[in-house]
Design a protein around this ligand. Structure first.
Ligand code: ZN
Length: 201
């Protein structure tokens, strides 16, 4: 199982971090050891003083495929969830400055949180989601605002990586990312449904 993530997929978020709007999807991967689920606590890692939440719609791949055309991509998924792409922002900024890959900032243990999967009941590009930190809404997203839609992402990614059943795609975060500290509680929703609820330790 692999976890493929899209960076800078919402224009306002790309800008809040001072990045250009990309003309191709920005891709990075996390290993399966990055997964955190079942509302388990997230422990802040020792190597960062600035871990950020990034709430993202996560698509689960249902069957194997390679070089999938965008018009057929919707046959490859039927379930989604909300997840957190935890990012050690201080580490990432240092790596970005040096032009180095982001894995140390993005792919560490338990950096890929997933909530409960729910069946996709509405068009994937018309889904509202939001994240609460300590009961205050900090991120509000609408999948219509993605720069590259899910089917385009699947098509692009599957030219490089064969997709397999159970693979997960983190589709990028809207604006509003920020730090977490010990004792914070993160709660995520898709539409009105609670998808995860866990603590930072
Ligand atoms: Zn992200």
């Amino acid at each position: 199982m692999k976890i493929i993530c899209i960076g800078r997929n919402y224009g306002l978020h790309a800008k809040e971090l001072g990045n250009e709007i990309p003309d191709k999807p920005v891709i990075f991967c996390k290993p399966d050891t990055a997964l955190l689920k079942n509302n388990d606590d997230f422990y802040l890692p020792s190597f960062s003083k600035d871990v950020h939440y990034e709430a993202e719609i996560v698509v689960k791949i249902d069957k194997a495929g390679k070089s999938i055309l965008p018009q057929f991509a919707s046959r490859y998924y039927s379930q989604i969830t909300l997840g957190i792409d935890f990012t050690a922002r201080d580490v990432q900024n240092e790596l970005k400055t040096k032009g180095l890959p982001w894995e140390l900032a993005k792919a560490f243990d338990y950096s890929a949180v997933i909530g409960n999967f729910i069946p996709l009941k509405q068009p994937i590009q018309d889904i509202h989601f939001h994240l609460l930190k300590n009961e205050v809404t900090v991120q509000n997203g609408h999948t219509a605002d993605m720069l590259f839609n899910v089917d385009q992402i699947i098509s692009f990614v599957s030219e490089y990586f064969t997709l397999k059943t159970g693979d997960l795609i983190f589709t990028g975060t809207p604006a509003g990312v920020g730090p977490v500290s010990i004792g914070d509680k993160l709660k995520g929703y898709i539409e009105k449904e609670e998808i995860f609820d866990f603590l930072i330790k």
